[in-house]
Design a protein around this ligand. Structure first.
Ligand code: UT7
Length: 406
């Protein structure tokens, strides 16, 4: 699927167009660091092999108290701080993840509740390591068509929970973390300019996690192709070949759809799977490796979270400035891939939008969200009790309805 270029090609001016700008960004990673040496105590491997074949030195691993939703929440709060907006201003929350909190409800709904984003719709995006690029495009499209004004797009994963810790060809690669961006409508040209999304499902079994899908629950056992349930299987060399092919192709297409040339792109933020994939893509595109953001040495492959985490660090390192063009490229399970081109730099918010005490009001929103959830549970318990003691009365029903609207 090739998206029509919504942005004016250079030289053209569209009137009354709406653009989706990234106005906030944030990340969160667990504190626990697992080095390559730590891994050599778990499987037969060593630092030299892992670093030479992948570029990874260490990764972060979630504690028992952390989950995809808790990491997503922290990244989201950091992004809202940079954007300096309130949770109630959000119209849409998308969490791109392959390690959701539950099959349902969506992790996005959990985050929506914890933020107190009471006016937002929420859903999860399942497109494996390309999930963030897919989700960013869905949110940007909703903004451009004026269906919404403000969106929160999160990539969040706890890959450590689905790794086969006895498989040295996969457990060395992945880590946990989350990254988020806030998108907002503006009449200033820029923001998300073009996106290309692609899939080749014939490669579905090169990278998969069998578990509780409808294929797995037919009663005939839950191990398609002999893979372990709830554990990631990957045909590494096959995925490597696929990745090196699609990264350069999709970047070129997205850049051309934006009416730009590769030379216009200041920084490419790729999915952080393997530094050799990035090096081979740089060779294919005939550009210097330094134009790719790389931070997989610190975090490994965090699947849908890797692009937003790398983006946040690129911004923190000053590698993106106002009016720079950047490209994000994701690839992985599906097999699916996608690339997008963004003009960096957020239009200045109107002065009245930057009202006083927004930081305190955001904190209040998070606190009130917790109180609200507990209050609703309490009312449900009490009304359930009364209903059991007395036959259902209209008054009790009305009370519950009123409380559920709070
Ligand atoms: O996020 C989704 C996208 N994922 C990716 O893009 C991952 C793509 N794939 C890769 O990055 C690479 O294929 C890997 C890093 C997974 C593997 O690298 P490789 O150079 O393709 O290695 P290989 O699988 O061909 O294995 C080479 C050798 C094998 O030994 P023999 O059969 O040649 O004796 C493996 O058993 O390396 C061995 N090996 C290891 N040795 C020490 C595999 N894993 C390890 C290990 N430590 N952890």
């Amino acid at each position: 699927m090739v998206m029509p270029n919504p942005a004016p090609a250079r030289g053209n001016v569209y009137t009354h167009a709406t653009y989706a700008h990234i106005i906030g960004w944030g990340m969160a990673v667990p504190e626990r660091v697992m080095t390559n040496d730590d891994l050599s105590a778990i499987v037969e491997t060593d630092n030299e092999f892992i670093f030479q074949r992948t570029g990874i030195r260490e990764r972060r691993i979630a504690s028992d108290k952390e989950s995809t939703a808790t990491l997503a929440l922290k990244a989201a709060q950091n992004a809202l701080n940079i954007a300096d907006i309130l949770p109630i201003e959000l119209d849409l929350i998308i969490v791109a993840t392959s390690t959701p909190e539950y099959v349902f409800p969506s992790t996005a709904s959990i985050v929506q509740n914890w933020l107190g984003a009471t006016k937002a719709g929420a859903f999860d995006m399942s497109a494996a390591c390309s999930g963030f690029v897919y989700a960013l495009d869905m949110a940007a499209q909703a903004i451009r068509t004026r269906s919404i004004t403000t969106a929160l797009v999160i990539g969040a994963e706890t890959m450590s929970r689905i790794l086969d810790w006895s498989d040295r060809s996969t457990c060395i690669l992945f880590g946990d973390g989350a990254g988020a961006v806030v998108l907002r409508a503006s009449s200033t040209p820029g923001g998300v300019l073009s996106t290309i999304l692609r899939s080749d499902g014939s490669g579905w079994d090169s990278l998969c996690v069998p578990g509780i899908g409808s294929r797995d629950l037919t009663g005939g056992g839950i191990e398609p192709n002999g893979h372990k349930p709830f554990r990631m299987y990957m045909d590494g060399p096959e995925v490597f070949r696929f990745a090196t092919r699609v990264v350069s192709e999709s970047i070129q297409q997205a850049v051309s759809n934006a009416g730009l040339k590769l030379d216009d792109i200041k920084l490419i933020v790729p999915h952080q799977a393997n530094v050799r994939i990035i090096q081979s893509s740089a060779r294919a595109l005939k550009i210097d490796e330094s134009r790719f953001m790389v931070n997989l040495d610190k975090y490994g492959n965090t699947s849908a979270a890797s692009i937003p985490i790398a983006l946040v660090e690129a911004v923190q390192q000053g590698r993106l400035k106002e009016n720079d063009y950047t490209a994000f490229v994701g690839f992985g399970g599906g097999l699916a891939w996608g690339a997008t081109v963004v003009k960096w730099g957020s239009p200045k918010l109107k002065v009245e939008d930057r009202s006083l005490l927004k930081g305190q009001r955001r904190q209040l929103s998070y606190t009130f969200a917790g109180v609200r959830t507990r209050w609703r549970k309490l009312v449900k318990t009490v009304t359930d009790l009364f209903e059991r003691l007395r036959p259902r009365t209209g008054r009790m029903k009305r009370l519950r309805e009123r409380v559920s609207r709070l």
